[in-house]
Design a protein around this ligand. Structure first.
Ligand SMILES: Nc1nc(=O)c2c([nH]1)NC[C@@H]1CN(c3ccc(C(=O)N[C@@H](CCC(=O)O)C(=O)O)cc3)C=[N+]21
Ligand SMILES: [Mg+2]
Length: 286
């Protein structure tokens, strides 16, 4: 078994970005800027947002945090997004999800300027991904693709099974794996899939994005498969992935741990997207 070390890979990417951010700053007279919006006090969200701000500091990206109270109205939050859209020094806008009850997150996401959509959740970003056009890709699936590339995991003609059909992971993940040049044959499974175990056993590459601790068991994995665990489940024993890592580790060719796998890559790709959005907005390429 080869351990796919997302934490180390994310660190490498962050080092690479440092140089690029510094060069861009010289050229533009300002660093790329990211707005991070956290509504309310959800403790898990606070940790994630802190990590994102730390990653910005690390790479030289300027972060601006906005912390409206959970009681903020839909109209007030929409006004904030409009102000962030209009701020020329902000290249990316991230509104941490989930939003507190009563707020319509899709309406907020739809309002973000697609040029600043570093989460890749806007319908324009999703549409561009679907059509195979250049654009900002959702960070978690983009991070998985980066791990596959950097670990030289072959995808062409391989069977990839994605479990979970969410808009932020499963759906874009399936599209990225099927895109020309990657060329996996993709099966997208979900809660209504009949005989999920049989589908999973076909996988050369299995991506688990379900949100249930240890849901994918060793008997569901083909010998020599590559397992990517996107799960981030808080249990009494601490953070757990969607896959039973210990039971399957001797059976797989390679596997991502939780923590230390996909999670840190998500944050690294947010930095990559912010840099890309900055370049693009400033007319510097693609
Ligand atoms: N607009 C928006 N964009 C997001 O990208 C977004 C979001 N909302 N809401 C919540 C989810 C979750 N997410 C994670 C990112 C990094 C780790 C991460 O770095 N995890 C560490 C462990 C962190 C820990 O110990 O809790 C690891 O896996 O090693 C986890 C989760 C981004 N999300
Ligand atoms: Mg995630």
């Amino acid at each position: 078994m080869k351990l796919i070390d997302g934490k180390a890979t994310a660190q490498t990417i962050r080092e690479e970005l440092k140089t690029e951010v510094a060069a861009l700053k010289d050229r533009l007279g300002r660093a790329p800027g990211l707005a991070v919006v956290l509504v309310g006090e959800d403790p898990a969200s606070q940790v994630y947002v802190r990590n994102k701000i730390k990653a910005c500091e690390d790479t030289g990206i300027v972060s601006k945090a906005f912390r409206p109270e959970a009681s903020v109205s839909q109209a007030e939050l929409e006004d904030l997004v409009r102000r962030l859209n209009a701020d020329p020094e902000l290249d990316g806008i991230l509104v941490q999800l989930p939003l507190p009850r009563g707020l319509d997150s899709q309406r907020i996401l739809d309002l973000i300027d697609p040029a600043k959509d570093v989460d890749g959740f806007h319908p324009v970003s999703m549409g561009r991904l679907t059509l195979g056009l250049p654009g900002l890709r959702p960070c978690t699936p983009a991070g998985v693709m980066e791990l596959l590339r950097r670990y030289d995991i072959p995808t062409k003609g391989k069977k990839a099974v994605v479990v979970g059909r969410s808009n932020i992971v499963g759906k874009p993940m399936a599209l990225l794996l099927a895109q020309p040049g990657v060329d996996a044959t993709v099966t997208l499974c979900h809660s209504r899939t009949r005989d999920l175990a049989a589908e999973c056993r076909q996988a050369d590459i299995l991506v688990a994005a379900i949100g249930k601790a240890n849901f994918i068991t060793a008997d569901m994995i083909k010998d020599g498969a590559v397992v990517i665990d996107v799960g981030m489940n808080r249990t009494e024993k601490g953070l757990a992935g969607d896959c039973d890592f210990h039971a399957m580790k001797d059976k797989v060719a390679a596997i991502t741990p939780v923590p230390g796998g996909v999670g840190p890559m998500t944050i690294a790709m947010l930095m990559v997207n912010t840099l890309a959005a900055c370049r693009r907005r400033m007319g510097l390429e693609s």
